[in-house]
Write a protein of this length. Structure first.
Ligand SMILES: [Zn+2]
Length: 145
């Protein structure tokens, strides 16, 4: 039995198998710039090697997306049991643009995504103005004091 089954790696990082004599073409990016990693005498060993070769990458991808969603949940949980006052202040901070300006549409959007009543923006801003936290800078925008 010859070593007719090749495990090859594409320049894009994807590993796949191909049989001697065939054109090796990457199943991910279609490139044929591949490097032979290992040779096998049967297709079954090759198939195992291919899945092993691609596993770490897939696993890492899956793990990192799981970690990401987990930390997002954690983040939400952390923000959970805080006072409405704190939530409003966080919301107003995230509605602030690079110039330090808060606009009505951003405020409403952030209130909405924080699960607060977007329609209450007027009383929220009014309260912040009264407390001397925000100052009106135009018809529809405010600045931090
Ligand atoms: Zn490729």
């Amino acid at each position: 039995m010859g070593l007719d089954w090749y495990l090859v790696r594409c320049k894009c990082g994807h590993s796949f198998g191909h049989k001697k004599g065939n054109n090796a073409k990457c199943t991910i990016c279609g490139s044929n710039e591949v490097t032979i990693v290992q040779q096998f005498s049967d297709s079954r060993s090759l198939a195992n090697a291919v899945s092993d070769a691609n596993l770490p990458k897939e696993l890492a991808k899956e793990l990192s997306s799981r970690l990401k969603s987990k930390s997002a949940i954690e983040e939400k949980r952390k923000q959970g049991p805080v006072s409405i006052r704190e939530r409003i202040s966080v919301t107003l901070r995230s509605a602030t643009d690079e110039q330090g300006v808060l606009r009505i549409d951003a405020i409403r959007r952030e209130l909405d995504s924080a699960g607060l009543d977007a329609e209450s923006w007027e009383s929220i801003i009014g309260g912040a103005e009264l407390e001397g936290i925000l100052i009106r800078s135009s018809n529809d925008s405010w600045r931090w004091v």
